[in-house]
Design a protein around this ligand. Structure first.
Ligand code: CA
Length: 617
């Protein structure tokens, strides 16, 4: 009898153990933890475990309510919609799984919030952003260069497409360099795990939304990086992608819901024509293909109209903002995802973090077309975008035109004039990120024919113009190349690796010309940093004449006069037509040369020169 009881007990234990071992292997919990005291008190937790839908589920915790249990089309997933009441406390609450005699408790953690959203600085036109690709910037930790079991394991700095070993530690190691340059914010291309078999280094084909790619570091190191950047007076911008993911993402390989993706019988690429969203003569087929077609073969297109996926993405953003204390977000491929979702996302994020800086990538052609995506533009966008700013491709084209084309009614410096005149399309064009090049565009120094004078003109315009200036890594040291493939624009920063031939982070590692460029940029960036007039000062521009374009930045304390001469010869200009802004001023200090102009009646500007003058009474 005694033996029999033990046998029954053993069988029972084994049964429990077997059942237990199945459920105990919870493969995913997203988000992995959360916080009490968020404005939005609801939380949707996605669980992945073998046959998880077989279990009865209860939630046990003070002021924690299970509002809804959503079973997915896939037996291995559930979503718990939880309400975190005002009396819920930080700590662990229990999620109880029951099947027959099997009982399991999963402890889900709620933390106290650490981010003081009212004290957040956000990101605005006072900033000067440095954009970099972590894999290509500096290798601060060689141990993480190759991670066993991960795809894309070919590690060769000679290959344009392979990983090169740069990482978060490499960025942390150069915080002083960014400071020296006058940068106030860092924008890193996405840091998320990108476990793709090919060209995974750029990070735009995410495979896990809650994990830093191990080749770059880990989540804790990312949080440390943000903290150390803040300590150095530098803000951090996160780069996020809502349009697509990598096809090695676990939500694609084992889909929680089929409806989370746009799928086709055979591969269908987007037509990349965002104008289908605003064209009054649009073909419905073109429009559908634009939004639902895939960005590339290895990038499944997300269906953000699915409310569960929408919440998954919104919560993921909030999780990183709260976890790491990020200051701003750059939104990749902004016109591609469902535009109602993008509006909802922005509302949700700004509701939790009102001071957060946001700008969307709008690689589009046309001024109205670009403004269409911004908040309160007054254009016919039925989804009422909430986005404060965009990447200002139209100004980028205009500056490019000014420095490469002859002067004309609309060309040369006139292109900038017309571009700015259209700022009436924005609620606030100062929220736009402005740039001379980026990771998808030919290097600026190459575009201007490796002409250092034109290079300086571009830098001077960038740093005196309205908006949030962005410098692409290496532009300060005259890195060059034309695109195609894009990887040619993403070469390693020399000196970022231990045995590099030269160390461009240091003055003595740079050539004379590179130092000329670096010093020019750093001087003006630091002037801008210390003079609010170039940050949020008003702007007044005058009609360009004879290849000379004059604009002013001014506030109650200072007036800055910027004279852009695109001619190959020096020009002397009469200043009487600027009387409405220049009157009362007698002299000026040239910010770049420190010389004083004793008279302002006429000013002579050198060939291919931008003069930046601080006016003196
Ligand atoms: Ca490394």
């Amino acid at each position: 009898m005694k033996i029999k009881t033990s046998a029954i007990l053993a069988v029972l234990i084994l049964t429990i153990y077997c059942a237990f071992s199945q459920i105990i292997n919870i493969e995913r919990v997203n988000p992995p933890f959360w916080w009490v005291g968020m404005k939005n008190s609801s939380l949707e937790i996605l669980f992945k475990a073998k046959n998880i839908q077989d279990y009865n589920i209860k939630v046990i915790g003070k002021d924690i309510t299970l509002e809804k249990l959503v079973k997915s089309d896939n037996h291995d997933y559930i979503i718990l919609k939880i309400l975190i009441g005002p009396n819920a406390k930080a700590g662990k609450f229990q999620i109880y799984f029951n099947k027959g005699i099997v009982n399991l408790f999963y402890n889900y953690e709620l933390k106290d919030r650490i981010i003081n959203t009212t004290a957040q600085q956000g990101l605005n036109s006072s900033d000067f952003v440095y954009l970099l690709i972590p894999d290509r910037f500096s290798n601060g930790d060689t141990v993480n260069d190759k991670i066993a079991g991960m795809h894309d394991s070919i590690f060769s700095r000679d290959s344009l497409f392979s990983r090169h070993g740069g990482d978060l530690q490499g960025v942390i190691n150069h915080l002083d360099y960014f400071k020296e340059l006058g940068a106030t914010a860092l924008w890193l291309t996405p840091f998320f795990e990108t476990n793709q078999p090919f060209a995974s280094y750029h990070g735009y084909a995410i495979t896990d939304h809650y994990k830093v790619d191990p080749r770059l570091g880990d989540n804790q190191l990312y949080a440390d990086f943000v903290k150390k950047s803040h300590d150095a007076g530098i803000k951090v911008i996160m780069d996020m992608v809502f349009n697509h993911i990598g096809n090695e993402h676990w939500i694609y390989k084992d889909k929680p819901f089929k409806n989370w993706f746009h799928s086709f019988d055979k591969f269908t690429k987007t037509n990349f024509r965002d104008v289908t969203l605003m064209d009054p003569y649009v073909s419905e087929a073109d429009k559908i293909k634009y939004t639902t077609g895939w960005f590339d073969k290895h990038m499944p297109d997300l269906n953000q109209q699915d409310t569960l996926l929408a919440t998954f993405l919104i919560q993921n953003t909030i999780w990183w903002l709260e976890y790491a204390g990020i200051d701003g977000i750059r939104l990749d491929t902004y016109p591609y995802p469902d535009q109602k979702f993008m509006s909802d996302w922005t509302k949700a994020i700004l509701s939790e973090y009102p001071k957060l800086g946001l700008f969307g990538e709008t690689w589009v052609s046309g001024l109205a077309n670009q403004a269409f995506y911004t908040k309160n533009s007054g254009l016919k966008n039925k989804y009422n975008p909430q986005l404060p700013g965009v990447t200002d491709f139209q100004l980028f084209y205009a500056i490019n035109n000014a420095l490469t084309k002859d002067f004309g009614w609309t060309d040369g410096v006139s292109a900038i004039y017309y571009c700015l005149a259209n700022d009436f399309l924005y609620e606030n064009a100062y929220n736009n990120a402005i740039f001379l090049d980026n990771h998808d565009q030919s290097r600026f120094y190459s575009v201007v024919g490796e002409d250092i004078d034109k290079y300086k003109m571009g830098i001077a315009i960038l740093l005196t113009m309205r908006g949030i200036p962005v410098n692409y890594y290496g532009t300060e040291i005259l890195m060059k190349n034309f695109g195609s493939p894009d990887e040619k624009l993403r070469e390693d920063f020399s000196g970022g690796w231990k045995n590099d031939k030269s160390n461009k982070f240091l003055k003595n590692g740079r050539t004379e010309k590179e130092n000329e460029a670096f010093t020019y940029l750093a001087k003006l960036a630091n002037y801008r940093k210390n003079n609010t007039v170039l940050q949020d000062g008003k702007l007044m521009q005058f009609i360009p004449e004879n290849g000379v374009y004059v604009y002013f930045r001014y506030n109650e304390n200072k007036t800055i006069m910027v004279i852009v001469n695109q001619n190959k010869s020096s020009q002397t200009i009469e200043t009487s037509r600027f009387a409405e802004i220049i009157k009362g001023y007698k002299k000026a200090k040239n910010i770049m040369t420190d010389e004083t102009l004793e008279k302002l009646d006429t000013i002579t500007v050198g060939a291919k020169t931008v003069m930046v003058l601080e006016l003196i009474k």
